[in-house]
Ligand binder design. Sequence first.
Ligand code: 13P
Length: 250
Amino acid sequence: MVDRKFFVGGNWKMNGSLSQYKSLINDLNKAQLDPNTEVVIAPPALYLLPAKDLLTENKKFELGAQDAYYKPSGAFTGEISSAQLKDAGIPWVILGHSERRTIFKESDEDVANKTKAALENGLSVILCVGETLDQREKGDSIKVVLGQLEAAASSINDWSKVVIAYEPVWAIGTGKVATAEQAEEVHKAIRDWLVKTVGKEVGEKVCVIYGGSVNGKNAKELASQPDIDGFLVGGASLKPEFVDIVNARL
Ligand code: 13P
């Protein structure tokens, strides 16, 4: 079995304020974080640069944006681009989050274009996939997730810069976490797909993380599953228990 790193992302979504982001970043700077866990924090774009100034020299975590448009610049009011993230020294970006797909109507093609642009700009990508409750109840979870993955895969030529986040839509922000077995089943399918599609050596190294109502209490059990390599955390990433999630493998 390949020894993959453990990876935890904190997606703050559209939360926080000038005073709150400072205390959250400073608390993380002071926290005892498992040195073997890679941590990425994604505050709203507005706070990325001031947050970067607060990172300590022995950076215990890195910063990511929650989305980035694929065109480098131009008349796209309200957007920021991967090229601009690169220019600003922000190394990570979350793409294809279900809130982008459902609320902002992003298509698989949009996500593929964004993935391509992010990688071309040297960014690392947390690529989100996940099924709705309706799709799960129809027994289509794996089909949907692999379909979303396939749509983005043609844009990916360097899998070492990609983390896949499996985020079942019905578990996001609902307090209804997937059971360890439910999550493991999909993670295993993603792993098998990766090995089959991009080859054993590369496919086994890609981190596949889980997101959806992860908290300080359920993280350990989920983290004990063989194909769950970490988490993408929403609500709990704004709370002190985020440290327990980062340290779930300790
Ligand atoms: P919650 O942890 O709030 O369910 O959100 C998960 C998520 O969407 C992370 O990207």
